[in-house]
Design a protein around this ligand. Sequence first.
Ligand SMILES: NC(=O)C1=CN([C@@H]2O[C@H](COP(=O)(O)OP(=O)(O)OC[C@H]3O[C@@H](n4cnc5c(N)ncnc54)[C@H](O)[C@@H]3O)[C@@H](O)[C@H]2O)C=CC1
Ligand SMILES: CC(=O)[C@](C)(O)C(=O)O
Ligand SMILES: [Mg+2]
Ligand SMILES: [Mg+2]
Length: 351
Amino acid sequence: MAQLNFGGTVENVVTREEFPLSKAQEVLKNETVAVIGYGVQGPGQALNQKDNGINVIVGQRKNSKSWDKAVADGFVPGETLFEIEEALERGTIICYLLSDAAQIALWPTVKKHLTPGKALYFSHGFGITFNEQTGIIPPADVDVFLVAPKGSGTSLRRMFLQGRGLNSSFAIFQDATGKAQERVIALGIAVGSGYLFETNFKKEVYSDLTGERGTLMGAIQGIFAAQYEVLRSKGHSPSEAFNETVEELTQSLMPLVAENGMDWMYANCSTTAQRGALDWWKKFKTATQPVFEELYNSVATGQESQRSIDLNSQDDYRVKLEAELAELRDSEMWQAGKTVRSLRPENQNVD
Ligand SMILES: NC(=O)C1=CN([C@@H]2O[C@H](COP(=O)(O)OP(=O)(O)OC[C@H]3O[C@@H](n4cnc5c(N)ncnc54)[C@H](O)[C@@H]3O)[C@@H](O)[C@H]2O)C=CC1
Ligand SMILES: CC(=O)[C@](C)(O)C(=O)O
Ligand SMILES: [Mg+2]
Ligand SMILES: [Mg+2]
């Protein structure tokens, strides 16, 4: 493993140079990788592995949209696509990619098929870390590890097709065969990771739940909504408020941050903007830090996982979820965004 310096701290990292695809194929050549669940991560990971020459099968409930999607994606019923139990039976490595709440209900079935020497693979530390809530306690004679792509399964697939790679973390919870390390890294490369950084199950789930509730998804929407509402209340038009809150960020400024960091983005803006941003960022930090403390605490005490299990296990959770998503979609800000997106030249049919 390469040792790399991340801002002063040296960490273990696996690169594709050090662990090329050919090595992953060699490690996995006698394995059948069974991807259980074909929602968001399932397709990304299964298709990337398929294209990477890994012996991968999919386990999914028949008569479901996801089953039809797997067929449309090229998985063949009876050959590479099976009912969940049959895939569990056939797989030597079980990639458990049902939603975290659904993993609880299916666990007794999965456990039955975890015969000695098999491996149980997750893309989240959730089920194992919060095992008092999930009941997921694997037998001692199987390997248990995770590869957690740091982004949507949709991006994992798209970036793979573009010849890029989403980075993932990896962790080993249990090494029963002595081969857990090479198995998990081979899988990480096979699913299309750009590189892999080391963590453990608990750290993966604590940071992931914090990140998605925080800056990646929850906090960002909150900050957008707050600024948009202030601009609107002061008489700015929806298009102006949306452009100054969201569009400029996603289209112009964040790509610069992604490319070369925050200071470089600042350096490419006016001195007026730089002065203001440098004056104000610490105030925003001070204002939000207590909320992030509260959030991390809610994750660490198991409140967030319990809430997610409780709400996502209800029969009508999809209906309720759709109503909450529609509330966002139908808000003035995101409706204004719809029009703004339609006006991007690349979205217009003009010569
Ligand atoms: N969505 C993403 O891009 C990411 C997900 N993860 C992790 O990957 C894992 C899978 O997540 P997603 O792909 O988002 O899952 P998902 O919510 O898309 O669901 C996956 C599959 O579970 C099936 N399913 C749901 N309930 C079921 C049940 N009771 N019995 C049988 N099948 C059932 C659905 O048909 C679907 O095909 C989770 O551990 C998640 O935390 C990690 C990184 C990103
Ligand atoms: C995409 C991702 O990594 C998330 C936000 O953590 C998730 O979908 O759970
Ligand atoms: Mg994540
Ligand atoms: Mg997550």
